[in-house]
Write a protein that binds this ligand. Structure first.
Ligand code: URA
Length: 264
């Protein structure tokens, strides 16, 4: 179906293109062939310094690229991610939390990283932020079961405060290290619309200089998918000081998701 968004509403954001344009959706036979081959450009190196030197004999930082399975399929990726040592975050996490949802979803929603609940459950967006996301998707008229939900970083980064595990924002190098998993999910699912939830996801996919505050809710031109939209992370709505601000932020978030719903 053609987009109902007029061309003049589109914003070109091509400065920090990270990927070659993904091939458009392929006929099933071609799709199978392509998925048997390695993805192009999975060799992005994380900046040296912030990374663990996990590969003996190398002085450069490594990424998750070495841990990807030969054949890219969601079940194989989901299994392989548990062995990922592309950065140090696996050390304190219960497990890696891979994306889940419809195999060829039209919409891929990308969050930051699993939280406490997700780390324990092994599933993305099942805690408080996930419940708010569900509510917002429903209000915008998007069926979550028809989407694919994932995170830019697959392990929970946290710090102990008493008995609580407090979320820590992943560093840029951790985000870069984890990106091959996200690239692989994009290549397999081939969503028509990618929705970046918050700065970590948006910067991982659109470049480090990208500012959600400047481009929130806009239709961005990117080689990632036919349409890319960046908005806030649902946790930022939960962090609002009072109920009135929370409701206002939620309404704005739903409006952003309605832009996505109009594309489907
Ligand atoms: N926040 C995220 O970014 N992702 C989750 O899966 C949960 C909370």
């Amino acid at each position: 179906m053609r987009s109902r968004i007029p061309n003049e509403m589109r914003l070109a954001y091509g400065k920090n293109r990270l990927f070659p344009p993904p091939p458009r959706r392929l006929a099933d036979s071609n799709r199978r062939t392509r998925l048997c081959r390695p993805l192009p450009n999975l060799s992005a190196k994380a900046p040296v310094g912030g990374m663990v030197s996990a590969l003996p004999g190398t002085s450069e930082g490594v990424t998750a690229a070495a841990y990807l399975p030969e054949r890219l399929s969601l079940p194989q990726l989901r299994e392989a991610v548990q062995g990922c040592r592309g950065c140090d975050l696996y050390r304190n996490a219960t497990q890696a939390v891979f994306g889940e949802g419809a195999r060829h979803a039209d919409v891929m929603l990308v969050g930051e990283q699993p939280g406490d609940k997700e780390d324990l459950a092994g599933r993305p967006f099942v805690g408080p932020a996930g419940r708010l996301l569900d509510q917002a998707l429903e209000e915008a008229g998007i069926d979550r079961t028809q989407t694919y939900v994932t995170n830019a970083v697959k392990h929970f980064k946290w710090q102990a405060r008493g008995k609580r595990r407090i979320h820590q924002k992943p560093s840029w190098s951790e985000s870069v290290a984890c990106r091959p998993w996200l690239e692989a999910e994009l290549a397999v699912v081939e969503p028509r619309v990618v929705v970046c939830l918050g700065a970590t996801a948006a910067q991982s996919l659109l470049g480090r200089d990208f500012r959600v505050t400047q481009h929130r809710g806009e239709l961005l031109e990117s080689p990632l998918a036919e349409h890319v939209v960046a908005t806030v992370h649902p946790s930022s709505i939960l962090r609002q000081q009072d109920e009135a601000s929370r409701q206002a932020e939620l309404a704005a978030f739903v409006d952003n998701l309605r832009v996505v719903a109009a594309l489907l």
